[in-house]
Design a protein around this ligand. Structure first.
Ligand SMILES: [Zn+2]
Length: 151
């Protein structure tokens, strides 16, 4: 079991990744993926604008790359750190991939997505239970999103 300080350390890496992505013209949403031994194995960010793909969210991009890299559709044991609460599409993809846990910073924007929070969806994830914890460096993640997100 990781300490809260570890969760914050990984979230800081995700915030850094979002900051760098934003400077390159991407939306400021990022993910850091950590394996069962607490090692960062992947970082990614939203690429919707550059790929003209509305599903190119940080979580989806990570799942696509990691499945290919690790040659498996089962990503059990991996933990995602998302700067913003995963949307329903990303949550479903993470659950299908058997991701073990997701820690997020800021809650989803209240007007942005369907009213299906990751926390609510996790209650239905009976086949592949997924731990969902929000509020990791929430203020920093929210400040970053409000400062950098331009649609
Ligand atoms: Zn998403």
């Amino acid at each position: 079991m990781l300490q809260r300080s570890s969760h914050e350390k990984f979230m800081r890496k995700a915030i850094e990744t979002a900051e760098t992505a934003s400077k390159k013209g991407h939306h400021p949403f990022a993910v850091v993926v950590v394996n069962g031994t607490g090692k960062i194995i992947w970082r990614d960010h939203n690429k919707v604008k550059t790929t003209m793909d509305p599903t190119a969210h940080a979580e989806i991009n990570s799942i696509r790359k990691l499945s290919k890299k690790l040659k498996t559709l089962n990503l059990k044991g991996l933990t995602f750190y998302s700067t913003t609460e995963p949307c329903p599409v990303c949550f479903t993809a993470m659950n299908n991939s058997q991701i073990s846990a997701v820690y997020f910073g800021a809650s989803a924007h209240p007007t942005q997505f369907l009213p299906l929070s990751a926390k609510k969806l996790a209650k239905y994830a009976k086949k592949y239970p997924i731990k969902v914890v929000g509020g990791i460096l929430e203020k920093e993640c929210l400040e970053q999103r409000e400062r950098l997100w331009r649609r």
